[in-house]
Design a protein around this ligand. Sequence first.
Ligand code: ADP
Ligand code: MG
Length: 265
Amino acid sequence: MRAATQATPYPDTAPLLAVRGVTLQYKTPKTLVMATYRVDFEVFKSDRFVLLGPSGCGKSTLLKSVGGYLAPTEGTISLKGKTVTRPGPDRMMVFQEFDQLLPWKTVRQNVMFALQASHRLHGKEIDERAMHYIEKVNLASFADSYPHTLSGGMKQRVAIARGMAMEPDILLMDEPFAALDALTRRKMQDELLALWEETRFTVLFVTHSIPEAIKVGSRILLLSPHPGQVKAELETASTPQEAIALEKRIQHMLFEDEIERAENV
Ligand code: ADP
Ligand code: MG
């Protein structure tokens, strides 16, 4: 009898996600909107990779394309060496909006829902996996609560647990804390980092906040304003002094863009 062929593990030294020359356009009845232009970047296993840029520079569009919801007009996106052509459980998304949960399902049922649909686990395994991640985001005592009874921060924690419970290759987060008040936002950033320390998941995180990018990211891709193009790829800061210097540097780079645009008007 032939031994079952085992898939060769994808090497950690190769980029997990490769975005190469990606231009993304929207066709509207009247015009073509170019959201990004020839964007290149690579995300490696356990990176906290941040896409940073002003509103409208195409961050969400890029993330949707990595998610497989939007095909690049030009260029390619590949995950573990395979071209992304459609959404899949290997790329889970967490959005900004608090209404991404199903209101008629409890916290536990919301987290279980995707696991059930994917048919990867069965019976008790699904419940155990869901509870494991609900505990990780400190919501065990709210497992049987409905979303409308939770605060914005708690709802976002459920969305994170739901994404992580699928154990995707990469978690895609689109401004997940942008609609929270400043204090909760900081707390959520800390919690995300603590969760990362524990599990070392790979995350592609979108934000337009420079301090958030510096705090959350291990690497930062700075995008220029509309259409988004790569302006710089930056290593994040490891000391408070470095963080201040990096923040100034990024502000300066974005300010240059504004001056350039004003001169071209
Ligand atoms: P960001 O997330 O960085 O704020 P988006 O990716 O949402 O930027 O948008 C990038 C550009 O694409 C913007 O100019 C926006 O108006 C445009 N855009 C976004 N979604 C659509 C759409 N569905 N149809 C047409 N244009 C769109
Ligand atoms: Mg956006």
